[in-house]
Write a protein that binds this ligand. Structure first.
Ligand SMILES: NC(=O)c1ccc[n+]([C@@H]2O[C@H](COP(=O)([O-])OP(=O)(O)OC[C@H]3O[C@@H](n4cnc5c(N)ncnc54)[C@H](O)[C@@H]3O)[C@@H](O)[C@H]2O)c1
Length: 265
């Protein structure tokens, strides 16, 4: 049976902008009862909330000013979600930056932020407050989390980390106990502020050169394509899986190589 999004509640970090705002709207189009926009950008968060109110009515969303690098701040978003909507069924761990010039902060947001979200959802808020028998966590990794992107190695590393955590937290051993599926989505280049403002956010001239070469060969897909892919993953994907969405096409599963195939016989 596919997971039924109708009447469920979601918390989405990074949903003031770009891919995650589009995900919030797509989940609402698919019958979501309520959504929390958890984001550090107050101005964009309030604008996003207004957009959702205009399209879906006034009781469907709340904005909670959140810094995902702080477990305490992130937890407030979870608490306000269950206080407002009574339940929590879906977490999308989407807050992220690409900026190697502040790589400590990049790691803190992309990696620690994702860990905070997983722990809060898996061991507490979705575990205790899901509407039905099953909950869902989707972590936003990237194509840079499944392939080498030498223009931004640290960002790439954060996205590989997200994939590793997804596989381990999504293992059957945890699913049996929690009934929460944990998946990753790996978008290709997508037309958002992150991609539009990418130039200069790297480790210096050699990296900028590699970036410019990369940018000359790509175009940003629509955030809507990622959001539609995410809805399919929420409904159907097995726990521990990672799904790529590139070039506005359907999601395809990233298959992990089996270590045993490489080990000497
Ligand atoms: N755009 C792409 O090409 C692309 C491709 C693959 C993966 N991604 C990933 O998708 C996710 C969304 O990115 P986007 O492209 O929509 O970018 P975006 O810049 O439009 O959105 C990112 C959001 O995260 C928020 N954020 C940043 N730091 C935060 C913090 N400490 N706490 C809470 N919120 C914070 C920002 O305020 C912003 O609203 C990111 O994880 C990104 O790495 C993007």
């Amino acid at each position: 049976m596919p997971f039924d999004i109708t009447n469920k509640v979601a918390l989405i970090s990074g949903a003031a902008s770009g891919i995650c705002l589009t995900i919030a709207k797509e989940l609402l189009r698919n019958g979501l009862r309520g959504v929390t926009i958890a984001d550090i950008n107050k101005e964009l968060g309030e604008k996003a909330l207004q957009e959702i109110k205009n399209e879906f009515g006034s009781n469907k969303a709340i904005f909670v000013l959140t810094d995902v690098t702080s477990m305490k701040s992130f937890e407030e978003a979870f608490q306000k979600t269950v206080n407002t909507f009574k339940n929590l069924d879906i977490l999308v761990n989407g807050a992220g930056i690409l900026n190697e010039s502040i790589w400590q902060q990049e790691i803190a947001i992309n990696v620690n932020g994702t860990v905070h979200g997983i722990l809060l959802a898996l061991e507490n808020y979705i575990l205790k407050h899901k509407t039905d028998s099953e909950g869902v966590i989707v972590n936003i990794s990237s194509i840079a989390g499944v392939a080498s992107f030498p223009a931004f190695p640290i960002y790439s590393g954060t996205k590989f980390a997200i994939l590793g955590m997804t596989k381990a937290f999504g293992d059957e051993a945890h699913y049996k106990r929690t009934k929460i599926r944990v998946m990753a989505i790996c978008p290709g280049p997508t037309d958002t502020p992150l991609l539009r403002e990418i130039s200069g956010r790297n480790l210096g001239e050699p990296y900028e050169k590699l970036l410019q070469e990369l940018l000359s060969g790509i175009h940003g897909q629509k955030p809507e394509s990622v959001a539609k892919g995410l809805v399919q993953i929420v409904r159907h994907a097995s726990s521990g899986g990672a799904w790529c969405v590139e070039d506005d096409k359907e999601p395809y599963e990233f298959l992990w190589p089996e270590r045993e195939n490489f080990a000497p016989k």
